[in-house]
Write a protein that binds this ligand. Structure first.
Ligand SMILES: [Zn+2]
Length: 576
C-alpha cells in the first residue's frame, strides 16, 4: 500500500534515457524533490526505449529507491533505435516496430526476457502498437484487411514475444499492457484488448488530456476519468492505474486536473510521466497538497458508477461524445459489455460496432429499459428501427440553426439565444412520439429530444449538433431536460462542471479551470425525502428547499439545494 495516501499510490515513470544518465547525486536530489512535492510510492524503471540501460545502472537506481521504501517495477517502450539486422527505409510513426521483421521480433523478445530477469512486474508503454505497412507487412497481410492482420499479429507478439518469454525467465513476472488515450482507434493499430486481457495480467490507461482546444487530439478533459472507468470495467478490476503528463497543458490547473479525474475514477496508481520532466517543474509543486485533499475527500466513497454508455471493443463513431456530456455534468460510465440490467443506457454511433445491437436494444426497451440513442446512431439504422417498430422518427437531411429552445413539459419553457447551433431536422409523427425539447428559429422547429414508447420501456432520440462541442453552448434549461431523462430524479442543474457519482450515494462536483473562468451557480435536485445536502469533507450542511416542477404536464415535488462552484475546487456531497 501507499506510504503517503490511502486511496491510491503515486507513481513516477523513469524512462531509459533518464536512467542512463542518472548519477547517484542526481538521483538523491531528484528523489528529494519528488518525495517532497508528490510523495513517491512507486517507480516504473525502464530497461529499454530506443536504447538499452545496462543492468548495473538499473540495479543502482532500484536499490537506491527500494532503500527509501519506494516500490520499483520495470518498463519497456517498444520503439526501435538501432536494431542490428533490422530492415531500414521503413516509414513508421514514432519508430514503432515492424513485427514482421525477424530481427525486430528477436530483439523485442530479448528485451522482454532481460527485463523479466530484473523485475517482477513490467509495464509496456503505449507505443506497443503497429502501423507498419512495409513490403514485408503487405506480403504477410495477404488478403486480410489491416485491422484483421494487425489484430492477429499483435496477439501473436503478445503471447510469443512478450508475455511468454518473460514468464519463462521469471514465472512471478506480472505483465501490464498500457493502452493509449485513443480508445476509438485501438483496432486500427493492433491493440486487441479482447485478446490481450487473456494474455496480460493487468492493464493501464493513458489519461493525459492536455489542452483540448489546441492539441491534435482535441480530447475532452472528462476523458481522464472516463477511460479509467472503461478499462477497469472491461478488465473487471484489473486496470492498474492512469497515466498523465505535463506536456501541452500550459497551466498548472490543467495539469493537475488530469490527476484529479484519474483519482476520482478510483485508479489504483496515478502515474506521473516522466521523472526528468517533473523535476523543478512548477506544475507538480501543488500535486502532493491536492492529492492529500482528494485522498481525504475520497475516504469512504463507494464504487464509481454512472449512466452506462456502451462502447464495444473495436468501435468508433461520434468519438468522445459521451465525454462531452460528462463535461456538462452528466455522470457517465463507459462499459464494453451491453448493460442489459441497467435501468437507463446511452448509445452513440460507436455501439453499432456490435452487430447484434438492434436486437439487444429492442429487447432492452421492450423489457422496460430507457434507452437514449443519438441522431448519429439513428442516421445509420433508421430504416431498421422503423421496421423493428422502435421508432418511426427519421432524419430528413435538412438542418436547423437553433436560436430558440422550448421545454415542452414546462408551460413557460421558452429560451432565446443569439448564437445559433446547427442541428439536424428530426421528423416524427405527432403524438405517435413526443418531443420533450424543441429547437427552432423563425416559425419552425424540430425535436431535439424525442420519446417513443415500446413495450414496457422508452426510446429517446437525442439530437447532436453538427459540431459536437456546441453542446457546451446549450442553455442549461435545455441540458436539464436531457439530464432528467438520462439521470432520473437526481441531477445537478448547470453546465461547465463534471459530476462523479458513487454507489454509496455521494457525488463529487468539479468545475474546470477554463473559459468562462468564473464561479457558477448550480442547483442539486432530488426527489428523495431529503432535507439537507452535506459537504462530506467540511461537514457543512446546505439547506434544501421544496420546488414544484412540471414534467410531462405532471406536477412533481423536488428538493433543491443551491451551490456555487469555484473553478479548480472539488467537493463531495451527500443528501441527508
Ligand atoms: Zn512491416
Amino acid at each position: 500500500m501507499s506510504a503517503h495516501y490511502k486511496n491510491f499510490k503515486t507513481v513516477v515513470y523513469l524512462p531509459a534515457w533518464e536512467a542512463a544518465r542518472l548519477t547517484k547525486e542526481k538521483l538523491e536530489k531528484d528523489y528529494a524533490f519528488l518525495e517532497k512535492y508528490i510523495g513517491l510510492d512507486k517507480v516504473y524503471l525502464e530497461t529499454y526505449r530506443d536504447r538499452d540501460v545496462p543492468e548495473e545502472r538499473l540495479r543502482l537506481i532500484k536499490d537506491f529507491l527500494e532503500e527509501k521504501g519506494v516500490e520499483v517495477s520495470g518498463g519497456i517502450t517498444t520503439t526501435s533505435g538501432d536494431f542490428e539486422g533490422a530492415e531500414g527505409g521503413k516509414r513508421r510513426l514514432f519508430n514503432t516496430l515492424c513485427y514482421s521483421d525477424p530481427a525486430m521480433r528477436e530483439r523485442i523478445k530479448k528485451i522482454s526476457e532481460y527485463t523479466a530477469g530484473i523485475f517482477d512486474e513490467i509495464i509496456l508503454d503505449d507505443f506497443y502498437f503497429t502501423n507498419c505497412s512495409c513490403e514485408r507487412c503487405i506480403q504477410a497481410k495477404g488478403d486480410r484487411d489491416w485491422v484483421t492482420f494487425r489484430r492477429e499479429l499483435m496477439k501473436d507478439v503478445s503471447e510469443n514475444l512478450i508475455v511468454g518469454p518473460a514468464k519463462k525467465i521469471n514465472p512471478k513476472a506480472k505483465l501490464i499492457v498500457k493502452y493509449p488515450n485513443w480508445r476509438e482507434s485501438y483496432h486500427f493499430t493492433g491493440y486487441v484488448p479482447e485478446e490481450q486481457e487473456k494474455i496480460f495480467d493487468a492493464t493501464y490507461i493513458g489519461t493525459e488530456t492536455r489542452s483540448p482546444a489546441y492539441t491534435d487530439q482535441h480530447l475532452p478533459e472528462y476523458l481522464s476519468y472516463m477511460l479509467v472507468r472503461y478499462m477497469d470495467n472491461a478488465w473487471q478490476g484489473r486496470c492498474g492505474g492512469g497515466w498523465f503528463d505535463p506536456y501541452q497543458c500550459w497551466s498548472s490547473d490543467r495539469y493537475l486536473e488530469q490527476a484529479y479525474l484519474t483519482a476520482f475514477a478510483q485508479a489504483k496508481e496515478l502515474m506521473h510521466f516522466q521523472w526528468g520532466d517533473l523535476i523543478e517543474n512548477r506544475f507538480v509543486t501543488a500535486m502532493g497538497m491536492q492529492l492529500k485533499k482528494i485522498d481525504e475527500m475520497m475516504e469512504g466513497t463507494g464504487k464509481a458508477c454512472g449512466i452506462p454508455v456502451y462502447l464495444p471493443y473495436a468501435s468508433c463513431g461520434e468519438n468522445h461524445l459521451e465525454m462531452r456530456l460528462g463535461m456538462l455534468g452528466f455522470p457517465m460510465e463507459a462499459v464494453n459489455r451491453f448493460p442489459g440490467d441497467a435501468p437507463k443506457l446511452f448509445l452513440t454511433k460507436s455501439a453499432l460496432a456490435d452487430k447484434e445491437i438492434l436486437g439487444k436494444l429492442e429487447k432492452y426497451v421492450r423489457d422496460g429499459g430507457d434507452a437514449v440513442i443519438t441522431t448519429g446512431f439513428l442516421a445509420e439504422v433508421q430504416d431498421e428501427l422503423k421496421r423493428i417498430g422502435l421508432t418511426e422518427a427519421r432524419l430528413t437531411g435538412k438542418k436547423y440553426t437553433v436560436t430558440r429552445y422550448h421545454v415542452t413539459g414546462d408551460y413557460a419553457g421558452y429560451l432565446e439565444q443569439n448564437e445559433g447551433i446547427v442541428f439536424p431536422e428530426l421528423l416524427h409523427g405527432n403524438n405517435e412520439s413526443w418531443s420533450l425539447l424543441n429547437g427552432g428559429e423563425g416559425d419552425l422547429h424540430t425535436s431535439l429530444l424525442l420519446r417513443s414508447t415500446y413495450g414496457k420501456g422508452r426510446l429517446y432520440i437525442l439530437s447532436i449538433p453538427d459540431h459536437d462541442s456546441d453542446l457546451y453552448k446549450l442553455p442549461r434549461e435545455a441540458v436539464d431536460v436531457c439530464k432528467r431523462v438520462l439521470t432520473g430524479d437526481d441531477y445537478v442543474s448547470g453546465t461547465g462542471f463534471s459530476s462523479f457519482i458513487y454507489d454509496d450515494g455521494s457525488f463529487i462536483l468539479y468545475r474546470y479551470v477554463k473559459a468562462p473562468l468564473r464561479t457558477e451557480r448550480v442547483s442539486v435536485h432530488t426527489r428523495k425525502k431529503a432535507q439537507t445536502l452535506l459537504d462530506v469533507t467540511s461537514g457543512e450542511r446546505i439547506p434544501a428547499t421544496k420546488k414544484i416542477v412540471h414534467e410531462d404536464f405532471e406536477r412533481h415535488e423536488e428538493m433543491v439545494a443551491e451551490l456555487i462552484l469555484t473553478p479548480g475546487e472539488f467537493r463531495r456531497y451527500r443528501w441527508e
